[in-house]
Design a protein around this ligand. Structure first.
Ligand SMILES: C[S@@+](CC[C@H](N)C(=O)[O-])C[C@H]1O[C@@H](n2cnc3c(N)ncnc32)[C@H](O)[C@@H]1O
Length: 314
């Protein structure tokens, strides 16, 4: 049998985590964070965990698993683990049609229907802040970024990334898609490869930690008009996506909007959300009661009638 450096048996395909321990860790991580590692990603998980295992004085992944499960400071250890699991891949003006849809259509329609009621937007996996800042810029460009009228809450599970978001200082990689005139208008160069975001589009954003796999966390933020939850479900398994998206649809305000990433689809989950197009952007719209009844009726009508034999068997 192969052995990992600490003398522990190697897992499958030379993954340094023994398979039984991998399953324990993988399932605990999926339950706690939604992030799922299939068998093929065992080595990726080992890579992310090995520093934490040794930093806590262990030579085995199983001891680290027990630490996460039973230590009095387990919450702190989960926080450190979340910082390691986070994939900090984001940039300004990513899928800009979604920001434009909010600025050009969703926000004006909201103010026309509910004058005096602020538009509440939640950026639910905001990473280092590029997404909610892009939203604030899009709204500023159409003269709507008034903190009295627009509330932007930005959350992430990683406190380390939130610290970066709060600092509001970015390197060139974050601007790879941003039109130069917007960069010039909303950022000030403060070093060779460092730009600071303008307070007008940074200060109004409220940053906090929230875990999308925690129903109380989702309930706290999802009662809003627009949710951006982009490029995080790609790391979740179906059960976690279904549960988080179900909570979104439950708490989102009537006729609220949910934007997900380009490669993420929720249609297979049968949620009370309808995929629509708003000015070239695809968005899930919460179904009102009338639409739910209509959709159920259309579904029933599209099914062939049951035969007497099927009825007897059902
Ligand atoms: C690839 S980034 C996406 C950032 C941004 N939404 C975008 O589309 O550019 C994924 C983010 O999801 C966050 N994340 C992963 N699991 C999470 C969870 N359970 N709750 C909240 N955020 C989570 C990570 O910390 C990371 O910042």
């Amino acid at each position: 049998m192969n052995r990992a450096p600490g003398g522990w048996p190697m897992g499958r395909d030379d993954c340094p985590i023994p398979h039984g321990t991998f399953v324990l860790l993988r399932d605990a991580i999926a339950r706690r964070t939604g992030v799922f590692f299939d068998d093929a990603k065992c080595s990726v998980l080992a890579d992310k965990l090995s520093e934490l295992v040794s930093a806590n004085g262990f030579s085995s992944f199983l001891d680290y698993y027990y630490l996460l499960q039973y230590d009095a400071a387990a919450d702190l250890h989960w926080g450190a683990l979340m910082d390691r699991l986070a994939v900090p891949e984001t940039y300004f003006w990513r899928q800009p049609e979604q920001f434009r849809a909010v600025a050009d259509f969703v926000a004006p329609a909201h103010f026309a229907s509910f004058p005096g009621r602020p538009l509440r937007i939640w950026s639910a996996a905001c990473c280092s802040g590029e997404e909610p800042i892009s939203l604030a810029i899009a709204l500023a460009e159409v003269g709507l970024m008034d903190p009295e009228r627009i509330e932007i809450r930005a959350t992430d599970a990683s406190e380390a990334l939130l610290d970066r978001a709060r600092a509001g200082i970015y390197g060139q990689r974050s601007f790879r898609q941003m039109p130069v005139h917007l960069k010039a208008r909303y950022f000030e160069q403060i070093g060779d490869d460092r730009w600071r975001v303008a307070p007008s589009v940074h200060r109004p954003i409220r940053w906090s930690r929230a875990n999308l796999a925690s129903p109380p966390d989702v309930a706290r933020y999802a009662a809003c008009d627009v949710i951006f939850c982009r490029n995080v479900f790609i790391y979740f398994n179906d059960d976690s996506i279904r549960e988080t998206a179900r909570l979104f649809s439950e708490y989102l305000s009537p006729d609220g909007f949910l934007f997900v990433g380009a490669s993420e689809s929720l249609t297979r989950f049968g949620l009370e959300l309808e995929l629509s197009e708003v000015a070239g952007a695809f968005v899930y719209v919460k179904l009102g009661r009338r639409q739910i009844v209509e959709r159920a009726a259309a579904h029933k009508a599209s099914k062939p009638p049951m035969s007497a034999i099927q009825r007897a068997a059902s």
